[in-house]
Design a protein around this ligand. Structure first.
Ligand SMILES: NC(=O)C1=CN([C@@H]2O[C@H](COP(=O)(O)OP(=O)(O)OC[C@H]3O[C@@H](n4cnc5c(N)ncnc54)[C@H](OP(=O)(O)O)[C@@H]3O)[C@@H](O)[C@H]2O)C=CC1
Ligand SMILES: N[C@@H](CC(=O)OP(=O)(O)O)C(=O)O
Length: 341
């Protein structure tokens, strides 16, 4: 089997660190590993497969010799640096928003549109984390009955805002516990501990935020459904890791609740946890505490949409998934696996 020189831009962040674990877990054929971050981190080391790898400062020239570059930095850095990785001959799989909606950039969730990697011209984009988590269970139901419309509410963990978001929530919880003054928020618009913040990203379109519009726009591109109607509300919740979503789907064709359950029970990337009679809440429905640090999207609370006048055309469910893994690092490494297959 061939092996590849892999670079990670943003190797010290929440997603970059998780990528290192995913590469190891999936036994990705890494010939050489290069880690890039800001000048602040240059010279520090990170262990990979028992060996210390020195972090290099990310510059336009740094990608020489890389076959695959995994992007795990913010939009601005991705835009500035990753085209240089392509020029240096690498294929880029980027997690930022920078290239997702570009026409010549495939936006890929392997369980849905893995085939799209084939038409890449050097950059493949990893979708928004909340979008991936919602679409993995939606796609098999779409294949069964044709999804026309989605109503989505997300409950997004603090680590969606990276390492700084996680630290901010931890510091606030610690201050509350000790009765100390609350540290000023900086990653989030307001205090997150003991609160909910119904704004992720800036306000963008008719009062919807950028995060909310990503669900519609990226969802249309991934599922090849340019007419898909999506109404999404994104909320930041005081959970450290793993996003949760309430999703109502409206279908073109009839599907019963039993049929929908059957579809999801064998869908790739999905675990059905939907047992109203289970004695233990952990077996009754998915919760973010149970879906952290694993790769599947757990689905439960499956119900017929009683607000839909056509009783066999609407399904509501709840799902949870680790957004640092399947919403980012795992999805990117799965794409890399498709590329080298
Ligand atoms: N967290 C999540 O759940 C998800 C994140 N994403 C996306 O993934 C990307 C990374 O997010 P996340 O890991 O959360 O962010 P973090 O804030 O945790 O990490 C950011 C990374 O970018 C690096 N970086 C910052 N400035 C520079 C610079 N000037 N040059 C080079 N590298 C730099 C940081 O290095 P240093 O340590 O040296 O500052 C760090 O490695 C973002 O685009 C985000 O939108 C996508 C889906 C989910
Ligand atoms: N915005 C997401 C995480 C993220 O980074 O998304 P995007 O890659 O689309 O900016 C969250 O905060 O939960």
């Amino acid at each position: 089997m061939s092996s590849y020189n892999v670079g990670i831009l943003g190797a010290t962040g929440a997603v970059g660190q998780q990528m290192l674990e995913c590469l190891q877990e999936r036994d990705f054929p890494v010939a050489g590993l290069r880690l890039f971050a800001s000048a602040r981190s240059a010279g520090k080391t990170i262990e990979f497969k028992g060996e210390k790898v020195v972090i290099e400062e990310a510059t336009p020239q740094c990608f020489k010799g890389c076959d695959i570059v995994l992007g795990a930095a913010g939009d601005g850095i991705a835009k500035e640096l990753l085209p240089h990785a392509v020029e240096a001959g690498a294929t880029v799989i980027d997690n930022s928003h920078a290239f997702r909606m570009d026409e010549d950039v495939p936006l890929v969730v392997p369980e849905i549109n893995g085939e799209d990697v084939k038409w890449n011209k050097g950059i493949i984009a990893n979708p928004n984390c909340a979008t991936i988590i919602g679409l993995v269970p939606t796609w098999p139901l779409h294949q069964a009955a044709g999804v026309q419309r989605m109503i989505v509410s997300t409950y997004q963990a603090a680590s969606g805002a990276g390492v700084p978001g996680m630290r901010e929530l931890e510091a606030q919880i610690a201050a509350m516990g000790k009765g100390e003054p609350m540290p000023e928020p900086s990653s989030f618009a307001a205090q997150l501990a003991s609160n909910l913040i119904p704004q992720i990203g800036g306000f963008k379109y008719e009062g919807f935020t950028s995060e909310e519009m990503k669900f519609q726009n990226e969802g249309r591109k991934i599922m090849h459904l340019p007419e898909l109607r999506v109404n999404c509300t994104c909320v930041r919740v005081p959970v450290l890791r793993s996003h949760s979503e309430s999703i109502t789907l409206e279908f073109e064709r009839d599907i019963t609740l039993e049929q929908a359950r059957e579809v999801l029970a064998s869908a790739p990337g999905v675990k059905l946890v939907d047992d109203r009679d289970a004695a233990d809440a952990h077996d009754r429905f998915p919760m973010p505490i149970d879906t952290s640090d694993q790769d599947l999207i757990w689905v439960g609370r499956m119900r017929r949409d009683i607000s839909n006048p056509n009783e066999s055309r609407g399904i509501t469910f709840w799902c949870c998934g680790d957004q640092i893994r399947k919403g980012a690092a795992t999805n990117a490494v799965q794409i890399a696996q498709l590329l080298v297959k």
